[in-house]
Ligand binder design. Sequence first.
Ligand SMILES: Nc1ncnc2c1ncn2[C@@H]1O[C@H](COP(=O)(O)OP(=O)(O)OP(=O)(O)O)[C@@H](O)[C@H]1O
Length: 297
Amino acid sequence: MENTAVRLIGLTRRFGTVRAVDNLDLTIAAGSTVALLGPNGAGKTTTISIMLGLSPADAGAATLFDRAPAEAVRAGRVGAMLQGTGFVSSATVRELVELARALYPRPLATDRILALAGLTDRAGRRLDRLSAGEAQRARFAFALAGGPELLVLDEPTTAMDVAARQAFWGAIREYAGAGNTVLFSTHHLDEADGYADRVVVLAAGRVVADGPPAQVRMLAGGRTVAFDLAGRPTDGLRSLPGVQSVEFRGDRVVLLTDDADATVTALAATGGFRNLEVNAANLEAAFLALTASGTEH
Ligand SMILES: Nc1ncnc2c1ncn2[C@@H]1O[C@H](COP(=O)(O)OP(=O)(O)OP(=O)(O)O)[C@@H](O)[C@H]1O
């Protein structure tokens, strides 16, 4: 088996003036579980869509197992669960699973698919009568049907309740544990933290952080130090102790730091400041700060 499941090189996709994906490089080793984390509009869905050969890139290249995406998908090596609307079909869950199995050369057994997706006791239910969370699980069953070596899941737990989420992540862990590769997008750091061995944070179409969950958690668990610039020079803020990134918001500056005490002490030594605020940086703040660090001046 190839060692690289996903390779994206210089991937770029623009919609008008929006750079949905901006010169993105990403390599995912076979057998790993990777979370793609990022705020709304970060480019997660567009990246996944290009990666699967469902939409074109303006520049760059995507390969899955060193082949063109469409070829890898046709060979049954890739299963995907995308964001979508409800089913309109009157077919049953079992019929959907059997239909999906027929598309692939080496499908999983129907009962195993139903069990992994938590749909064993819904097998006879019509698709158009499923709840939103069950429909999401039916999409998961469809993605699993071919026994893919790579599972790509775009915000998979949307609409699932707590019990369904737990069962879903249990199934993912089991599937990944068998040596398969899993890539999922999410807004929830806790999902990335609990189930991925690598977290890639996207913002404005670019990778702004990439590492083990603990490292990204540190960024999200840092603090922000904000104050009025009031004509103060902006040089050197990035090199203050603890500072991870610098963001300018009008006449205020927001520093993301992993050591607020050291940052504030050093800041005080360089002169006065007005309206100082020190806050716990939530994930959203970390995303914003990480995004801003690319445009720092
Ligand atoms: N078909 C399209 N036409 C125009 N703009 C688009 C299109 N698809 C995506 N975009 C824009 O590209 C950017 C990235 O969108 P994308 O859906 O990839 O982000 P995302 O990270 O998946 O967001 P979310 O978490 O909200 O699903 C956004 O600014 C979005 O508005």
